[in-house]
Ligand binder design. Structure first.
Ligand code: ADP
Ligand code: MG
Length: 254
């Protein structure tokens, strides 16, 4: 995993700083005064019940949803004030969805090079070298000519991860990447993510896999009804939660 390693850095550098973020859908405020930041190289897991706003938060971070208020400072720039560069910001944030979102008409390699060529203007050769590097990393380099429909869910998700990594993002956002998978596929995808986390990549992961979150996260954020109810290191959140709602959620989940 040395391919992604960043130099060990004792200084913390904030990569994303979210301040007073809010999001309304119509009259409903589904994100309320969200404040949190992520340091370079940090792995942050977001947990919470269905409907608590986890996906909306991730979608606001990469501007798939337009926040209603607040700031998202990404690498020093408030990206909500700088909407003309939406695509520029988005290429620096790799997103992996529950439902894979592969292009079904393209093969595995095609999926991993199309964005690089169209958005980053890389040559086909350069894009292919990059794609192969990450397909190998996720164990899918034997499948470059397969179409998505020929792959299992776990294989599709690993291709989706390779596709996102091929864009050389500065942060990876995962929205329940294993929730749509058959149980026997979950481990392969989590192993890939664990390796990425260990390599020093900055990651924000929405997950229901509590053992995984405990294992890989530097910090865990618990969301409840549109607010961050509690955040802290995994030992605190899982072993010694301070908030009653965190305790209630964990009792239901674990
Ligand atoms: P989670 O990912 O934690 O399950 P979501 O972020 O998907 O939660 O949803 C938070 C709330 O926002 C839910 O009540 C959901 O119904 C609502 N919501 C999400 N997307 C939309 C949308 N596009 N339009 C209206 N309401 C939405
Ligand atoms: Mg969700």
């Amino acid at each position: 995993m040395d391919t992604l390693a960043q130099p060990a850095d004792t200084q913390t550098e904030t990569i994303i700083d979210i301040q007073h973020l809010s999001k309304f859908f119509g009259e409903r405020e589904v994100l309320k005064d969200i404040n949190f930041s992520v340091n370079k190289g940090e792995v942050v897991s977001i947990i919470g019940s269905s409907g608590s706003g986890k996906s909306t938060l991730l979608r606001c971070i990469n501007l798939l949803e337009k926040p209603s208020g607040g700031k998202i400072i990404f690498e020093g720039t408030n990206i909500l004030e700088d909407m003309k560069d939406v695509n520029q910001h988005r290429t620096k944030m790799g997103m992996v969805f529950q439902s894979f979102n592969l292009f079904n008409n393209l093969d595995v390699l095609g999926n991993c090079i199309v964005g690089q060529m169209k958005v980053l203007k890389r040559s086909k050769e350069e894009a292919t070298v990059k794609a192969l590097k990450y397909l190998k990393l996720v164990g899918m380099d034997q499948f470059i000519h397969a179409k998505p429909k020929q792959l299992s869910g776990g294989q599709k998700q690993r291709v989706a991860i390779a596709r996102a990594l091929s864009m050389d993002p500065d942060v990876m956002l995962f929205d329940e990447p294993t929730s749509a998978l058959d149980p026997e596929m979950v481990g392969d995808v989590l192993d890939v993510m664990k390796n990425l986390a260990d390599s020093g990549l900055t990651m924000i992961i929405v997950t229901h896999e509590m053992d995984f979150a405990r294992d890989v996260s530097d910090r865990v954020v618990f969301m409840d009804q549109g607010v961050i109810a509690e955040e802290g290191p995994p030992e605190q959140i899982f072993n010694n939660p301070k908030q009653e709602r965190t305790k209630a959620f964990l009792r239901r989940t674990l």
